[in-house]
Ligand binder design. Structure first.
Ligand SMILES: *Cc1c(COP(=O)(O)O)cnc(C)c1O
Length: 465
């Protein structure tokens, strides 16, 4: 392909993209394909000679598109959103074009410096104190892994990377049962081992880990000769939006000298609205915080912000060339690859810049406030309809419910039937030992009518009382 052909196709694809978004409400949200059908339609061997773009694009439309679940569909109410606001897509187009490797300041000075400023814009937007510095990671999973590696190195007096874990005392990390599975994986990968991830019981309406039980577990581990290394708290747990009482939990972590990490991957975006910040009251005491602008804020996937109180401990854990340790940042030069597990990095900050400038914080806040209000209204509608019970009250825009009198199998069949219908997309979760249906609103283009349609579909599939 030459560059003039590229220009023609670029224009055609951007038209296609605008039409795609405009027509999403007419498509079923979840792909309606049988497993294996797409793979079977693709040639089993790669072509020896080239094909023109017309044929490639036509196959994209006929083979790929029917097999997509539409994450940008305004009636996507499953999981959490992974938004792609149009200005952030345009930024990604530019980033794809530049295709720069942004591992060191000198390999992309603008990428580094825009990242530093965007991380600080987001810090301010979330109301975090200026004692935090931010870095963009590819995912919350990576940020959490980085935080767990710091916990490990700090607890081992910075010898884990060299000596390994064999022969060491057991390192212990504490969290509730409400945290995301990325925490389990970080514990596996760091070599700490899931037997040493101590699950603290939860209490209260927001299912916070019990701070007294946390203190008791830390003390018991110390008495047993183990080494407590860190606490992982959540604001907006994956299943039902659980929020740890950060004031109390982080106070326990500090009292025992433990490193703390707060996973707010989904709920963090809502903290641009001051009225929601009570959910993470006390967060300023954390050592590390992660949130995903690629979820609710609208930055195209992937874009995860990690805020750190002491970036030195992260750099000490991850930098291959520790001589940078003494100067990083001081001379205006930051090599962000020393702040993350992967060496290579994309220019992710550009989409934050485009996004925030295009909507302004007030435009982004309004969307989140709407999603929360519409979702709470739906929870009320279901509560008033005698057939349903609200299992967990809305945390921001996430709540769970059940159809009275139905068992787990009936709920799974209910969710499947709704998703086969295609007007909306929902998922289920496990809470309190049983299945509940999970609802969250957060798609960037969702309207009040879309959420009301969800209410109508839920009601239709729930059967007579
Ligand atoms: C989505 C989510 C994650 C995982 O995020 P990735 O960026 O996909 O790794 C972790 N924790 C919570 C609470 C989440 O909602």
């Amino acid at each position: 392909m030459n560059w003039s052909e590229f220009a023609r196709w670029g224009a055609r694809i951007s038209d296609w993209a605008a039409n795609y978004h405009g027509g999403l409400r007419d498509k079923p949200v979840r792909a309606q394909t049988a497993p294996g059908s797409i793979a079977a339609a693709l040639p089993a061997t790669p072509p020896e000679s080239g094909t023109d773009m017309e044929a490639i694009f036509s196959d994209f439309e006929t083979l790929v598109m029917p097999g997509m679940t539409h994450w940008q569909h305004p009636r996507f109410f499953a999981y959490f959103p992974a938004n792609a606001a149009p200005p952030s897509m345009l930024a990604e187009f530019l980033v794809t074009t530049l295709a720069a490797q942004c591992m060191l300041w000198q390999t992309s000075p603008a990428a580094t410096e825009v990242e530093t400023v965007m991380a600080d814009w987001l810090r301010q937007a979330l109301g975090l104190p200026d004692s935090f510095q931010g870095v963009i990671q590819d995912s919350a999973s990576s940020a959490t892994l980085a935080a767990v590696l710091v916990m490990r190195e700090r607890a081992l007096n910075w010898t884990g990377n060299t000596a390994g874990l064999s022969g060491q005392k057991l390192l212990r990390i504490y969290c509730s049962g409400e945290v995301h599975t990325s925490i389990d994986r970080a514990i596996w990968i760091s070599g700490i081992g899931s037997d040493n991830l101590v699950r603290i019981p939860t209490k209260g309406p927001l299912r916070s880990m019990d701070p007294e039980a946390l203190a008791a577990a830390i003390e018991a581990d110390k008495a047993a000769g183990h080494v407590p290394a860190g606490v992982i708290a959540c604001t907006g747990g994956t299943s039902t939006g659980a929020c740890d009482d950060l004031k109390k939990v982080l106070a326990v972590a500090r009292a025992h000298g433990l490193y703390s990490h707060v996973d707010a991957a989904w709920a963090g975006s809502a903290m641009i609205c001051p009225e929601f910040r009570t959910l993470w009251d006390g967060v300023e005491d954390a050592d590390s915080i992660v949130f995903n602008p690629h979820k609710w804020l609208g930055a195209q996937f992937d874009c995860s912000l990690q805020f750190l109180k002491d970036p030195d401990s992260l750099v000490r854990t991850l930098a291959i060339r520790p001589e940078f340790l003494k100067t990083h940042g001081a001379d205006g030069i930051i090599n962000y690859s020393e702040w993350s597990v992967p060496l290579g990095r994309r220019f992710r900050a550009l989409k934050i810049w485009f996004l925030i400038r295009s909507y302004g914080l007030e435009g982004l806040r309004q969307r989140i406030r709407n999603h929360v209000a519409w979702s709470c209204a739906l929870a009320e509608r279901l509560r008033e309809d005698g057939r349903f019970e609200i299992v967990t009250e809305p945390v921001l825009s996430l709540f769970t419910f059940r159809r009275k009198g139905w068992d787990d199998d009936a709920h799974i069949a209910f969710v499947n039937a709704i998703n086969d219908d295609g007007r909306i997309y929902l998922t289920q979760t496990h809470t309190g030992g049983r299945i509940a249906v999970r609802f969250q609103a957060g798609q960037f283009d969702a309207t009040r009518e879309d959420v009301e349609t969800a209410g109508a579909v839920i009601s239709e599939f729930a059967g007579a009382s």
